[in-house]
Design a protein around this ligand. Structure first.
Ligand code: ZN
Length: 422
């Protein structure tokens, strides 16, 4: 079966060029000029829309098993496909959590059975993501762990982090860190200024940056690939920039919401603005944008964190952290950064597809090229539409971007040549 994606525009050296993409047995087998006659069984005419490599998101939360009322692997991957993602890294804050070979093996099977797209599974760093008892890193690597993370909480003791890094370095794997010193952030909900204004406890920037400073020293000593999740503070950007200059094997990600919003957007007690790390100041936001542009920040990851309506309608002091992101990331970033000339489309796709694949050594993801799997997203860059909660595939409706008028809606997503969203 040969499928032709006809009359699309592909990125070539950051220019959109009209080309056709031929797909056979799940692979891209030819990329041709639009007037070239190609023999195919079916053609999908995308009428000048942008044909992109499928996006890669290394930070999502799918909640199954344990919290299926928030999200399932099926609804989470439908949401990802709706956003143009074809590969994701799923965090391990599940119940049971993938902290043993048995749990991880079960989780990988569940992801494969239920997932519409490619779901790579993180294993934890410590047992049940708590305390100091390290997991069986070697066994978990052999069982297919994507990387190791305790996302949701920081590793509190230096000894645990140091030992984890030594073992993970030996295996050539990645340690992906939610960085938070909980002695500094305990019971906090928002960044300093907003916390004072709304009347809740703060999560000060030092709780993030102090732990990254410790970890950079340990990463330098061990040589591990240390990846920092969702950087939020300008001070963190600065010390990562400096560590990269020294040659520390560090990479990091930023979320769309930290690029788009600040604590000034929190004008009332609304939990749709509660996430961890919190939205910070305008100067922090500018430093994150600058960090992407100068290569200090490697990629954009959503931290897609669905919760139920009942959980998120609570006041900021009580609601859980997190917002959804899979279905809004590309269109929001395209609208607010590419159409405004701050980023080029090529830069955005680099940070949302190619670079995450490179950093995590995913040889066949993040690129649209002959011989690679046909993991493809097609976006309509010219039509303005509204982000509607009724169009979310995610069970989580907790997005501060509902009602936004955006360009760049997904019109088609394919994984291995199979349509998973249209
Ligand atoms: Zn996190």
């Amino acid at each position: 079966m040969k499928t032709l994606i006809a009359h699309g525009k592909l990125l070539v050296d950051d220019q959109l060029i009209s080309q056709n993409v031929l797909i056979e047995n799940g692979l891209v087998t030819a990329i041709t000029m639009p007037d070239q006659v190609v023999d195919a069984d079916q053609a999908i005419d995308v009428e000048g829309k942008f044909v992109s490599p499928g996006l890669v998101d290394v930070h999502v939360h799918y909640r199954e098993p344990g919290f299926n009322d928030k999200e399932t692997i099926r609804t989470g991957t439908m949401a990802a496909a709706h956003g143009g993602y074809t590969t994701v890294g799923a965090m391990p804050n599940l119940d049971p959590t993938p902290d043993t070979v048995e749990h991880l093996t079960d989780q990988i099977k569940l992801n494969k059975d239920k997932g519409l797209i490619k779901v790579l599974q993180y294993a934890t760093i410590t047992e049940n993501r708590r305390g100091n008892q390290l997991v069986d890193f070697t066994g978990l690597k052999q069982a297919g762990a994507f990387a190791f993370s305790n996302d949701g909480s920081g590793i509190q003791t230096s000894e645990t982090m140091y030992q984890a890094m030594q073992e993970i370095a030996k295996l050539g794997m990645s340690l992906v860190a939610h960085v938070e010193d909980s002695s500094l952030s305990a019971n906090g909900a928002l960044a300093e200024e907003a916390a004072q204004r709304i009347g809740v406890k703060p999560i000060p920037w030092v709780s993030e940056t102090a732990q990254v400073a410790r970890d950079l020293t340990l990463a330098e000593a061990t040589g591990v690939h240390y990846h920092v999740c969702h950087v939020s503070s300008k001070h963190t950007v600065e010390i990562i920039r400096e560590a990269k200059r020294r040659g520390v094997n560090v990479t990091c990600e930023v979320t769309p919401h930290h690029l788009l919003l600040t604590e000034d957007n929190i004008i009332e007690d609304n939990s749709l603005f509660k996430m961890n790390p919190p939205l910070r100041s305008q100067s922090d936001r500018q430093a994150l944008i600058g960090g992407l542009l100068d290569g200090t920040i490697d990629m954009i990851a959503t931290d897609h964190a669905p919760h139920t309506y009942e959980q998120k309608k609570q006041p900021i002091s009580d609601a859980p952290f997190g917002i959804t992101g899979s279905e809004t990331a590309f269109s929001m970033l395209y609208t607010y950064f590419v159409r405004t000339g701050i980023f080029t489309l090529g830069q955005l796709i680099n940070w949302m597809a190619l670079r995450p694949a490179q950093v995590f050594k995913l040889a066949t993801a993040g690129k649209l090229a002959v011989g690679l799997p046909a993991d493809i997203a097609v976006f309509d860059l010219n039509h303005e539409g509204e982000i509607k909660v009724t169009e979310f595939a995610s069970k989580g409706k907790n997005s501060p971007f509902i009602g936004e008028k955006v360009f760049g809606q997904t019109v088609l997503t394919m994984v291995d040549g199979q349509v998973v969203y249209q």
